[in-house]
Ligand binder design. Sequence first.
Ligand code: GLN
Length: 261
Amino acid sequence: MTEAPCADPAGSIGFFLCQAGQRLRGAAIEAPRLEARRLLAHVLNTSEAALLRDPRAPVPADKAAQFAGLLARRIAHEPFAYLVGRVGFWTLELEVSPATLIPRADSESLIEAALEACPDKGAPLHVLDLGTGTGALLLAVLSEYKAARGVGVDCRAEAAALAARNAGRLGLAGRASFLAGDWAAALSARFDLILSNPPYIAETETLSSEVRDHEPASALFAGTDGLDDYRRIIPQLSGLMQPAALAVLEIGHTQGAAVLA
Ligand code: GLN
C-alpha cells in the first residue's frame, strides 16, 4: 500500500505525526498513529490533545532531532515505555528502565485479588513484594491501604534503587523500603500480604523481539519449564507468612496445576 503524502507543511507537528505514523506502520507497530502522537507529545512536553489542536505549528529543530532518535528506536522495536521512561500501572505512573520489567496490566489482577481478600483498606498490613522490579505491586497496594507498609526485594540493585525512586515520587517512601537480595534470603520478618510476579517464562518459549531483546532476561525466564523461581519461592513462603497471611503469585496461564503441585 502506498501512503498518501503528508498534507501539513514540512517541519510542522502535523507533518511529523503523519510521517512518523507511516514509518511506524511500515515497521508493523500496532497503533502507529497513537504512538506517533504519544511520542511527539512526550518530546514536546505537551498533551496529545494540544498536538491535534495545532497541527501547523512548527517543531523546533532540537525537538525534531530528539523525536527522530526516539522514533528510530521504536522502529527497531524497543518498547515504548523504555523510550519515555514511564509506564502506568494501577492508578500510578511509574519510572521504568531496561533494568526492570515493564509492568503489565495483567498484573493488576494481583492487586484486585488482594483487595478482594482484604476489603478493609485501613488494615495496617505488612506487605512483601518478591521480585519488585519497578515496585509496581508493592506501591499499588500501599496506595490503596493507607496504613500498610512494606518491603520490595529485587535481585538487581538497579531495580531496587529505581523502585525506591518511584516510592519517593509517589509520596510512599515513608512506608516502603527496597532492598537487593536473593528472593527472601535476607528477610527475617513475617508478613500479612505477600505479592510476587516472578519470572515464569520457559526458556524455549517464543516471544516478540520487543520483549525478548529489550526486557531483562532475569525478569522473564525461569529455566526450561518456567517454574524454577516458583520452586525457590514457594518453599520460603510459610516462613514469611503471619498466621492469617495471604500470598498472591502471578503464574503463566498454563502453569496452574504445576504450581499448585
Ligand atoms: N513485580 C514487578 C512487576 O510486576 C516485576 C516482575 C518481574 O520482573 N518479573 O512488574
